[in-house]
Design a protein around this ligand. Structure first.
Ligand code: ADP
Ligand code: MG
Ligand code: MG
Length: 258
């Protein structure tokens, strides 16, 4: 079992262009163990993507206090690629396009970068695994042969993030609005992929604006984030309650000003 721990995390945005150094995260605490599925919900602009980018090590986000640890080891000094080697995976809200590298090349490189030199994945094992996962996600092999995300529709990009997840098999995955812009069929396919990952050696943090995703991927814990803090934690029922009463209802209940 592995543990990802976020401790009293304070983050401000370090944007040299507009000199904006606003504090975005104001003390986030969160513990995720492998085998668990967590969801963070919250209104737009509350810092959900900031949290995921910061965990992954995006240098634009400056940590002013707190820590991020896997099994008690701080990740703060590690660049993105070493965090990936430590077992983290981030499916971004807006996946990037990369010309000149195919999806397959990207995935194989990503897998092998996470492995030791004497344990590299062979082309044959890679293709076998790719086939299996393309099947689960109803994706054609031509998608894997195309340049990474280039010309992919919004839905194809999301599906492709899940393909990468299934190929890379990290310890912890952060899925940032993997449901946004998906129709119900695509959402079901994406959920099928995430659910196929379920194992005692895999933990998920799903970030979503909507309860809908949680009908398909059942969370053990639901956290609500508002204004840079986790203001409430519960089980799957909390998401249903939010759907009913909205974020405004929760604000009233907790006495938080809008
Ligand atoms: P969420 O994902 O919950 O919608 P974000 O983490 O994307 O929220 O954004 C939180 C706040 O930080 C917003 O006010 C947003 O405009 C701001 N922000 C996020 N990233 C950047 C950035 N790179 N530069 C400037 N402002 C940013
Ligand atoms: Mg947003
Ligand atoms: Mg976001």
């Amino acid at each position: 079992m592995a543990t990802l721990e976020i401790k009293n995390l304070h983050v401000r945005i370090n944007d040299p262009e507009n000199k904006d150094t606003r504090e975005i995260l104001k003390g986030v605490d969160l513990v995720i163990k492998t085998g668990e599925t967590h969801a963070i919900m919250g209104p737009n602009g509350t810092g959900k993507s900031t949290l995921s980018e910061t965990i992954m090590g995006n240098p634009r986000y400056e940590i002013t206090q707190g820590d991020i640890l896997i099994d008690g080891q701080s990740l703060l000094e590690l660049p993105v690629d070493e965090r990936a080697r430590a077992g983290l995976f981030l499916a971004m809200q807006y996946p990037v396009e990369i010309k000149g590298i195919t999806n397959m090349e990207f995935m194989r490189a990503a897998i092998n970068a996470r492995r030791d030199d004497d344990d590299q994945m062979s082309v044959r094992d890679f293709l076998k695994e790719l086939d299996r996962n393309l099947d689960i996600l109803n994706m054609s092999e031509s998608m894997a042969r195309r340049y990474l995300n280039e010309g992919f529709s919004g839905g194809e990009k999301k599906r492709n993030e899940i393909l990468q997840l299934m190929m890379i098999k990290p310890k912890f995955a952060i899925l940032d609005e993997i449901d946004s812009g998906l129709d119900i069929d695509a959402l079901q396919v994406v959920a099928k992929g995430v659910n196929a990952m379920a194992s005692p050696d895999f933990g998920t943090l799903m970030i979503t604006h909507y309860q809908r995703l949680l009908n398909y991927i059942k969370p053990d814990f639901v956290h609500v984030m508002m204004d840079g803090r986790i203001v409430k934690t519960g089980d799957a029922k909390l998401a249903l309650k939010l759907e009913d009463e909205g974020y405004a209802g929760l604000r009233d209940e907790l006495g938080i000003e809008a």
